[in-house]
Design a protein around this ligand. Structure first.
Ligand SMILES: [Zn+2]
Ligand SMILES: [Zn+2]
Length: 265
């Protein structure tokens, strides 16, 4: 929305600029002309940033007690880790990655199809800690590009909000407090006290959804979990979720018409 109005403003400013070059150039005071030029410069900078599709950042590759350092780059082609520790250097096409987890502002985990030779064929995960904060654009870029599942702790407020419920995310012991938000293209959990637990899921990032009465909702994701198949989020809803909202979510997750015969649960 903002980009659109900025572009619109740019067109108008450019039109004014052209006018200024023409016969009526004297009608635009020099001060205003300067403002127009500054605005145009600013817009071209915003535009260039908006189209950037190469993200590079220095990272630490974590392996147990040790780590190696290098550079991670994310482009339209895939993800690459460059390091002098050549055994760990990799280039993955997106299809080679089972799931990308942006676990926090400084953590990227790539679960790949590569098997661990020492862990009975368990899929190999590459854990990276970035030396500076990962820009939110990386999450937006992957959301738009990645066909494989994505689990991102970056939550954005773009798009029309369809429904919002205050919830508690259940942990094995206790839980964290936050808000569940439903948009047309995604579902978001924003944790107030544990940002690591915040997630934004596109519908295709959710494997299963279920509810046990009007005050509890379960989201089964594709995120691998230690000791379990995949990570499930169980939410206690502080206000009930209306049937039409649950039907909407269900329909999006399973790409089907809502089922109406759920009353026996
Ligand atoms: Zn390494
Ligand atoms: Zn939590």
């Amino acid at each position: 929305m903002r980009a659109y109005s900025l572009r619109f403003a740019a067109r108008r400013a450019r039109a004014q600029g052209l006018e200024a070059f023409g016969e009526r150039s004297t009608s635009l005071p020099p001060q205003r002309w300067l403002i127009v030029r500054a605005l145009l410069l600013l817009l071209s900078a915003v535009g260039a940033k908006g189209f950037a599709q190469d993200f590079r950042f220095p990272v630490r590759h974590e392996h147990g007690l040790r780590s190696c350092r290098g550079e991670l780059s994310i482009t339209a082609e895939g993800i690459e880790y460059r390091t002098v520790h050549v055994k760990h250097a990799r280039r993955w096409a997106f299809e080679d990655i089972r799931i990308v987890v942006l676990a926090s502002r400084r953590e990227i985990v790539l679960h790949t199809y590569e098997a661990h030779w020492w862990a009975l064929g368990r899929d190999r995960a590459f854990r990276f800690t970035t030396l500076s904060e990962i820009p939110a654009e990386v999450s937006a870029f992957l959301s738009a590009r990645l066909r494989r599942p994505l689990a991102t702790s970056f939550v954005a407020a773009e798009g029309a909000l369809l429904h919002e419920i205050a919830v508690r995310h259940r942990h094995r012991f206790g839980g964290c407090q936050g808000t569940l938000r439903i948009y047309a293209d995604r579902m978001v959990y924003e944790s107030r006290d544990r940002p690591h637990d915040s997630r934004s899921w596109r519908w295709s990032d959710i494997q299963r959804v279920g509810r046990f009465g009007p005050y509890q909702l379960e989201i089964v994701t594709y995120e691998p979990e230690f000791g379990g198949p995949t990570r499930a989020y169980v939410f206690d809803l502080k206000t009930s979720m209306p049937d039409e909202v649950y039907d909407f979510v269900w329909e999006r997750v399973y790409h089907m018409a809502p089922r109406r015969s759920e009353g026996n649960r």
